[in-house]
Design a protein around this ligand. Sequence first.
Ligand SMILES: *[C@@H]1O[C@H](CO)[C@@H](O)[C@H](O)[C@H]1NC(C)=O
Ligand SMILES: *[C@@H]1O[C@H](CO)[C@@H](O)[C@H](O)[C@H]1NC(C)=O
Length: 524
Amino acid sequence: MFALRLCSILSIIIILPSLLEGARILAIFPFPGPSQYINVLPYLKALAERGHEVTSVNAFPQKKPVNNFSDITVTEVFQSYDDLISSMSEAKNSWHLNNFMNEFFISVTKAVLNNKEVQRQLLAPGKNHFDLIILETLRTDALYAFSAHFNAPIIGLSTFGTDWNIDELVGNASPLSYIPLVTTGLTDRMTYWERVYNFIETSIAWVNWKLKYHSVQIKLYEQFFPHLANKVPLLELSKNFSLVLLNQHFSLSFPRPYVPNMVEVGGLHISHKPAPLPKDIEDFIEGAGSAGVIYFSLGSNVKSKDLPEEQIQMLLKTFASLPQRVLWKFENDQLPGKPSNVFLSKWFPQPDILAHPKVKLFITHGGLLSTIESIHHGKPVLGLPFFYDQFLNVERAIRSGFGLGLDHNKMTADELKSSIHRLLTEPSFATTAQQMSNRYRDQPMSPQETAIWWTEYILRHKGGHHMRSAAQDLSFVEYHNLDVLGLFLGIVIIAFIAFKLILRKLWGLATHQKLYEERKLKDQ
Ligand SMILES: *[C@@H]1O[C@H](CO)[C@@H](O)[C@H](O)[C@H]1NC(C)=O
Ligand SMILES: *[C@@H]1O[C@H](CO)[C@@H](O)[C@H](O)[C@H]1NC(C)=O
């Protein structure tokens, strides 16, 4: 712990010289799910605190003014989010699912570009200038044009790690043999058939984007950036990212390769000093005695109050039968029949609660931020995944040995109770969680400091073009060396044909000779 603190102090001293000049930064984070913005906001605010002037396009504006930080609010994105959530469950196959996702990204792109304030402050020619663009890499490619529009370098930030689409922004390589598509729920250790499945799913996603939706983004680019569209193709802009920051870390997922301008900053939002808890929560936790406290939250997208009534009753009955106290993130004020060992609240300071030594277990939907927070604080998890990468995160927790998972649709009171009992009584879960925490925390700089250091590196080096991989200037055929393979294949084919011709010739000669000799024999 001391070493870590010393490192942070040292790194702040190292970072200091760059404070000299403030840059104008345009941040574009319009994703309507709150957890994405929770992930990046502390980093954006830290940039503002360091004297940069941050303009943030987002759906969750600040309630109180923040120095050097201004919002451009795009609440229009919420409509498309509701549509996405309702259509996701209707997807019949991967192609449909990809359609929904890509259409959602298109409606987010449109919502941003059609927004009055975006048009007034950003799109109107000569209105504004920025030194750096930072945006979420969400296949909203038309928005990448802000980089050329302001003639500023662009940094991508992904709140879940990389995928094939994000790799293409910087020319990163992700071999499909051990790097699973996030939505498959597979891990880096795949069986033969899992590799087949991963290959097919990734190809479907790739083809769906290349054939159907990339062209839609190009049309939006042409419509909203006509002054650029006839000068530089959109594809060129999306291959010109200076840096991509990933909310991921090898100690949380698995070891894998990255190009130098792709940097892991998993847990970007976590602050190192837990804040004191509100009085009522503190008292409730402290009063729990040696049995400890369970923290139960399904995150910001799934609402506990929307669970089926019989499931809520089952959860209540199970919690009532436990010796522990339970903090439950519940979105209604009232819950009839709430036992006295359960504390309800619409909102909890989650990281500060997980930091409390009396909190022994986290029952979670398995979102990435929650998973990282529980690892950071070394707490075992019981995962009840709902969608997207949550299945993968819970699967990893199970494989790593610091968690268990249940199907929230089918679990019975007995299963829930026995899982909780195992997690609290078998010491291996807590030990593994602590070990994961030690590995994760042992970094030269905190994730937020790392992100800030690299961001300012890009500013100091005018876009850091020296880090750009040569892969970005190769075509698909060249990148995969298909032309070189083609040459060798050609040589083999030519050699084979030549060999066949020679054989035929020799055969002909031999038969000729034989005939000749036979004729000679006959003549004699
Ligand atoms: C940004 O913050 C710095 C330090 O607080 C201040 O000196 C500067 O004037 C601010 N810039 C703007 C545009 O508010
Ligand atoms: C790519 O980025 C560099 C550095 O930020 C910049 O100088 C260059 O103009 C960009 N190229 C295009 C096509 O936008």
